[in-house]
Ligand binder design. Structure first.
Ligand code: PGA
Length: 243
């Protein structure tokens, strides 16, 4: 496990973007695992800058997003498909046919989960997975539970997650209560993982993830078992670590 401590959100975003840019330039057909939320927005902005400087090419890149709200169509502004188009895909030369997000409108979610798992596996698994973390230490939408979920699955979102995500919706009532999320098997199968965290509200989750026991009640703690994981933390997110 590698821990990179940086001053603030901007530095976190730059460090993460450099790691992604390096992956894309070393392997031009890389498979990237992508995350949504406020945390990676700055990273995606930096990636767009690097792309505009003609230093990286996304023509042959494939991406898989971690999750999508259940029962939200991809046209809905709050869908993660929309988020990815707006914050990254519309600004780089990626072929949208090679960008995958779970179908939040699938009639049969179980079938959709299996389909998504087999797509990821057929791509040879993810080369580089980008993760944020919830203040309850969820990664993707793997919420605290009595076991680690394996593959892609339908999740009942915890109230704290619904409350945290309400800021993106007109009212709390509009926040979906379920999501389709990759599981820990998908995330742990990624060859390299980077987890980004910024802000005091992530400090306890980061401490429990890195220093606590491996426990499904702290979903991100499973990353202690990953052979190539890098945490990029700003000062506030790292503030409760022992060292
Ligand atoms: P945030 O969400 O980046 O909006 O803080 C992270 C997460 O819930 O995984």
């Amino acid at each position: 496990m590698k821990i990179i401590k940086v001053k603030n959100y901007e530095e976190m975003s730059k460090r993460a973007a450099f790691i992604i840019a390096s992956q894309v330039s070393i392997k031009e057909d890389s498979v990237l695992g992508l995350a949504t939320g406020s945390t990676p927005i700055g990273t995606y902005k930096q990636i767009i800058n690097i792309y505009n400087d003609k230093l990286i090419d996304f023509k042959n890149i494939t991406t898989y997003n971690l999750d999508e709200y259940y029962d939200l169509s991809e046209e809905n502004e709050q869908s993660y498909r929309c988020f990815m188009n707006q914050n990254l895909f519309n600004h780089i030369n990626i072929d949208k046919k090679n960008t995958f997000v779970p179908n939040g409108k699938a009639e049969n979610p179980e079938k959709e989960c299996k389909r998504y798992d087999s797509l990821v596996e057929k791509s040879g698994n993810i080369d580089l997975q980008i993760l944020g973390i919830g203040s309850n230490a969820h990664i993707g939408f793997n919420e605290p539970d009595d076991k680690f979920a394996k593959g892609t699955h339908l999740v009942d979102l915890k109230q704290e997650t619904i409350d945290a995500n309400a800021r993106f919706f007109k009212s709390k009532e509009e926040v979906p209560k379920k999501a389709i999320s990759m599981g820990m098997k998908n995330i742990m199968a990624a060859k390299k993982v980077i987890l980004l965290a910024s802000g005091e509200n992530k400090a306890q989750a980061i401490k429990s993830t890195i220093e606590g026991p491996i426990n499904p009640l702290v979903p991100a703690s499973i990353l202690q078992l990953h052979p190539d994981v890098t945490f990029i933390l700003d000062e506030e997110a790292a503030s409760r670590l022992d060292k």
